[in-house]
Design a protein around this ligand. Structure first.
Ligand SMILES: Nc1nc2c(ncn2[C@@H]2O[C@H](COP(=O)(O)OP(=O)(O)OP(=O)(O)O)[C@@H](O)[C@H]2O)c(=O)[nH]1
Length: 324
């Protein structure tokens, strides 16, 4: 399906990209057509998530990585994901200011993701924006998340590789491991390697890798020290990310994992649409309205069971047994 904006995006028109992203985030009437036209160009980019405690240096690191990637000719997209912010545009994010080193560069596109206009939540919003950036020709897309809550974790599943940014000040690595945070990182960036305690954190992490405590998918998680403020270790961070992606692509279950992702995406779309329809039916459907509002003698659980029976009837294929 053709779409005039997508035709322009594919030719590298930044204004068309900006407009398309606004249409996606504002829930514009054109949105479904836009997504349809973007689909053939989706999934062409390498998507890397960055997460870690506030102040760990994620923005500084992403900023340096943009410079590194631009030097090697990549077209870079950056999505700053902040589920706590109801605002689009993200002008409140300090991230944007720090990354403004790249604001005049036509090969860098930076945008924030918010929940507005996306009933499906942050992960769906992020996926849609990735499609547009990929169509524009971004071959490396960096997702920076703020915080490590459930919404951020959902978003990180969209990434091919997740870099967890740790710092010497962040406390004992073993404590962090107990909190389950370590499990989301495919690459550990030990940032602020210039600060006291960096060496002992490095040793603690290395022994966890040695004990295979941090292995997943036969991948020994690399620990890469960096000083984001000076740029030290940045090339090594990117190399580790690329190595992870090469490793995953070679695994025999690569196809199966892509299939699982596709299924999860489709089901999340159905799920959000079903929720909306359910809400509407609760008032529009006279039988349901009656059950909910009039029959107060029925417990909520009984009413819920009856509504579910109705739904089952609608979903089941018609057979002589259930057609009545
Ligand atoms: N010494 C030292 N300071 C660093 C390093 N990297 C970042 N910083 C400083 O740490 C502070 C926080 O860095 P940010 O990049 O804003 O961290 P962030 O993780 O994006 O923080 P939020 O935006 O709050 O999520 C800034 O003052 C940086 O200059 C580093 O490698 N060494």
């Amino acid at each position: 399906m053709n779409h005039p904006l997508v035709e322009r995006i594919v030719q590298g028109d930044r204004r068309a990209l900006a407009r398309a992203l606004s249409h996606l985030t504002d829930g514009h009437p054109d949105k479904d057509q836009l997504l349809e036209a973007l689909y053939p160009y989706a999934d062409k980019a390498r998507v890397v998530g960055f997460t870690g405690a506030p102040g760990a240096g994620k923005s500084t690191l992403v900023n340096q990585l943009i410079t590194h990637l631009r030097r090697s000719g990549h077209i870079v997209g950056v999505l700053a994901v902040d589920p706590s912010s109801p605002f689009t545009g993200g002008s409140l994010l300090g991230d944007r200011v720090r990354m403004s080193d790249h604001s005049g560069d036509p090969g860098v596109f930076i945008r924030s993701v918010s929940n507005r206009g996306h009933r499906g939540g942050m992960a769906a919003a992020t996926r849609e924006m990735l499609m547009a950036l990929s169509a524009f020709g971004c071959d490396a897309i960096l997702l920076e998340t703020v915080g490590v809550g459930q919404a951020e974790l959902d978003v990180l599943h969209v990434a091919d590789t997740v870099a967890l940014v740790l710092t010497p000040g962040a406390g004992d690595a073993v404590q962090a491991s107990k909190a389950g945070i370590m499990e989301i990182g495919d690459v550990f960036v030990l940032n602020k390697a210039d600060e006291p305690g960096a060496k002992s954190l490095l040793r603690a992490l290395q022994s966890m890798v040695h004990e295979r405590a941090l292995w997943r998918n036969d991948w020994p998680v690399p620990i890469v020290p960096s000083v984001a403020t000076s740029g030290e270790g940045i090339a090594e961070v990117w190399d580790a990310i690329c190595a992870h992606q090469a490793h995953m692509a070679k695994r025999p279950d690569a196809e199966q994992r892509a299939q699982i992702r596709r299924r999860a995406h489709i089901l999340s779309l159905v799920e959000m649409e079903l929720k909306e329809r359910l809400r509407k039916s609760a008032t529009a459907n006279a039988r349901w309205r009656d059950l909910i509002e009039v029959h107060k003698e029925l417990s909520p659980a009984t009413v819920a069971a009856r509504l579910l029976q109705d739904i089952d009837q609608m979903l089941l294929p018609k057979t002589p047994e259930n057609s009545g």
